[in-house]
Design a binder for this molecule. Structure first.
Ligand SMILES: [Zn+2]
Length: 300
């Protein structure tokens, strides 16, 4: 690959940095005005100016977080290629597990799924598949669906073209070779994607699938009850529920998923008690589009 795309990559990073700076400058100015008007406070001393800087920085972080959240859960434009939910008119939900396989936790997750006869979809990380090929094979052998979660769990929008292609294609190759199954689905790490990722996924025939409910089981010290509550209390037909069978907050390995393993039987029972049927993603997304397609009449 030529050097040119790498220049484009640097420019992309520069645009991101400049955007964040512009947001920061505007928030700082805005908070300054609000403070002056409502609180009758204009920072004059060095300490007060520092306080103002801290407030503006925190608000900028919140603003960026909300923007990313909206982008992940709703999208900024028409995106029929991205599956965020199944059909809400059915009573079906799907369970999905990211970041594995892990030697420590995935076998227990599989045991629970087998005991309850519940299908799931595993979005696998390429390097983890190489590290635990037996567990990856077991996932496929026990009838669960397989998705691509990139080779090293790299954030897609900030990756160079070369890295983005390598991550997606290398993971596809490893997953297919080890499990014997071509990944039908793909989920970008952290749920963030861009136009390059969407186009490449389309070319590879892998549907981009996000989620509607995050159990936030990646959080340090999260409890079994919290996971069960998040997964069950809000659940409704069409939901795609996100768990992790590996991964820490920043790194894609390590992390303690024992709470997830303990929560899983209670989640399955809770969902079934609510009259919801746990189905594979393939069934949940059958005849479903990311966003509704217009009816197009093609002239003969
Ligand atoms: Zn992940």
């Amino acid at each position: 690959m030529s050097d040119l795309p790498e220049v484009a990559h640097l420019m992309r990073l520069a645009v991101l940095g400049i955007s964040a700076s512009v947001i920061y400058i505007y928030i700082r100015r805005f908070t300054g005005r609000v403070a002056a008007r409502l609180l009758d406070w204009t920072p004059t001393s060095r300490r007060e100016r520092l306080l103002m800087t801290i407030i503006a920085t925190l608000l900028t972080i919140v603003a960026v977080f909300l923007a990313v959240h909206f982008y992940v859960y709703s999208g900024l434009d028409y995106q029929p290629d991205i599956y965020r939910t199944g059909n809400p008119k059915t009573n079906q939900v799907a369970l999905t597990f990211d970041d594995g396989p892990s030697q420590e936790f995935t076998p227990f997750v599989l045991d629970v799924l087998r005991e309850y006869n519940a299908p799931a979809t595993f979005f696998l990380v390429g390097v983890h598949v190489e590290r635990c090929p037996d567990i990856a094979r077991r996932i496929a052998e026990e009838g669960h669906e397989i998705g691509n979660h990139t080779y090293r769990h790299v954030t897609m929008p900030t990756a160079s073209n070369k890295t983005l292609y390598e991550e997606v294609i290398k993971a596809t190759r490893v997953i297919t070779q080890v499990t014997g199954e071509y990944p039908k689905y793909i989920r970008p790490p952290r749920g963030v994607y861009d136009a390059r990722f969407r186009r490449l996924s389309h070319v590879l025939g892998q549907k981009i699938v996000l989620w509607t409910i995050s159990t936030r089981d990646w959080r340090y010290g999260t409890s079994t009850q919290a996971i069960v509550k998040r997964a069950v209390s809000q659940a409704k037909g069409g939901d795609i529920i996100l768990f992790h069978d590996s991964g820490a907050l920043i790194r894609n390995e390590g992390g303690d998923r024992s709470a997830t393993v303990r929560a899983l039987p209670l989640v399955i029972e809770g969902l079934r008690q609510k009259g919801l049927e746990i189905v594979p993603l393939g069934e949940l997304l059958e005849e479903e589009f990311g966003e509704e397609f217009p009816v197009v009449e093609i002239p003969e």
